[in-house]
Design a protein around this ligand. Structure first.
Ligand SMILES: Cc1cc2nc3c(=O)[nH]c(=O)nc-3n(C[C@H](O)[C@H](O)[C@H](O)COP(=O)(O)O)c2cc1C
Length: 218
């Protein structure tokens, strides 16, 4: 059975990112996959990025996995064991969240082969995707803000492990009640409109993504 791991790198367990991941999970389950979603911001999941201990680079030692013992280690073990890995993150100050970055450092650095860069140490081949959500209204503005470099480079790091595709959800609904916040840059009516018209399409795209990745992994 195809194993699918979904990583929510948003602090919100039911925010835009989590909802899209949930639909990807629904799609994967529809295809008969075994699924699990992990919220990186869980209070009992304390971890940092790569500690540069180099245990993964010791001559003659086991390769391809992070040896640093903390709450992330079992998550990394699941990510390595998965056939499909789907990461989701909001755009935070032009980048994926620091929690996703730390996860990617810990997952990917052990796969970097310091003796031959052309042969990354991938213990189990997989299929993967990254889902990004943000206020940014469209792809044109995404590129104008250099997000295609700043955000997409994280997904490209994952590509060392396997081909990876990106699903973008733009102009997301950030507050349930825009009148409560000093956020006059945003037109609440417009945001509501996008939430009601575009976001359901993004959810559908996420559902199709989940199905497609499982099919590829079969
Ligand atoms: C700390 C922080 C920084 C943000 N920076 C950006 C940004 O640089 N560009 C952008 O388009 N959206 C930015 N946003 C908006 C979020 O990316 C957007 O609301 C996202 O959909 C939230 O996802 P969530 O509902 O899953 O938490 C930021 C939000 C926060 C809280």
């Amino acid at each position: 059975m195809v194993k699918v791991l979904l990583i929510n790198a948003s602090p919100h367990k039911n925010g835009n990112t989590a909802q899209l991941l949930q639909r990807a999970m629904d799609g994967a389950e529809e295809m008969g996959a075994e699924t699990e979603m992990i919220n990186l911001y869980d209070r009992n999941l304390n971890y940092k990025g790569c500690m540069s201990c180099f245990a993964c680079k010791v001559r003659g030692g086991k390769k391809g996995i992070c040896f640093f013992k903390d709450d992330l280690q079992p998550v990394l073990a699941k990510a390595i064991d998965a056939d499909v890995l789907i990461c989701g993150s909001p755009n935070y100050c032009s980048y994926p969240t620091a929690s996703l970055r730390a996860f990617v450092e810990r997952l990917i650095f052990p796969m970097v082969n310091y003796s031959d860069y052309s042969k990354p140490i991938v213990l189990k081949p997989k299929h993967s995707a990254t889902i990004y959500t943000m206020n940014c209204p469209n792809m044109e503005m995404y590129k104008a803000n250099n997000f295609d470099i700043l955000m997409d480079s994280n997904a490209k790091t994952l590509a060392m492990m396997c081909p990876t595709e990106i699903l973008y959800s733009f102009d997301t609904y950030q507050f349930n009640d825009y009148s409560r916040y000093d956020a006059d840059n945003f037109d609440a009516e417009h945001k509501k409109h996008i939430h009601e018209t575009q976001f359901p399409k993004d959810l559908q795209a996420a559902y199709e993504l989940g199905k497609r990745l499982v099919k590829q992994a079969e």
